[in-house]
Design a protein. Structure first.
Length: 170
């Protein structure tokens, strides 16, 4: 019975192999980790090859490891990856004619936004100049009448309130 349980557990157990790469030089390990962060997984959505668990990312990690062990320079490794996968594999593509729009678009968008804001401010300033235009004679007369009425009503109300207080206190 114990053997049957053991076989059953082995059959259904998930085993995930952890890739362990041995480096003689700590600088090579640092280069490998840097490549893992800078190279994009071609299969995954916005993940680098260090974080991706896809088989293709594992193959790319192994290939980078082998190229580092073979003594290839960083430029040679990057050139090989770009040759095979295009600039898409790089998180920071180089500036050239084919990637100019990627680099220029944020700046163009910012300039357009600033231009729109400036145009709106200028248009609003011309349409509605800010300043003390004063009141017309009719508006001033109406305000004076309302204030006078309010003053009379306020005086009568305060007289009524004070007489009511006197009566209650007696």
């Amino acid at each position: 019975m114990t053997r049957l349980v053991f076989v059953f557990l082995l059959f259904f157990a998930q085993v995930q192999a952890e890739e362990i790469y041995q480096f003689d030089d700590p600088a090579d390990r640092a280069r490998f980790e840097q490549f893992g962060k800078e190279l994009r997984c071609p299969q995954c959505q916005n993940q680098n090859i260090a974080d991706s668990e896809s088989m293709q990312a594992g193959d790319l990690r192994r290939e980078v490891y082998e190229q580092i062990q073979a003594g290839r320079s960083d430029k040679e490794i990057v050139d090989e990856m770009v040759r095979r996968y295009g600039n898409y594999i790089l998180y920071r593509p180089p500036f050239d004619a084919s990637t100019a729009i990627l680099w220029a678009f944020p700046l163009v968008l910012l300039l357009v936004g600033v231009g729109v804001v400036v145009a709106m401010v200028r248009k609003r300033a011309k349409a509605d100049p800010v300043g003390d235009q004063g009141l017309s004679a009719a508006e001033q007369a109406r305000i004076d009448a309302l204030l006078a009425t309010n003053a009379e009503t306020g005086n009568q109300q305060s007289k009524t309130e004070s007489s009511t207080r006197r009566e209650k206190s007696e």
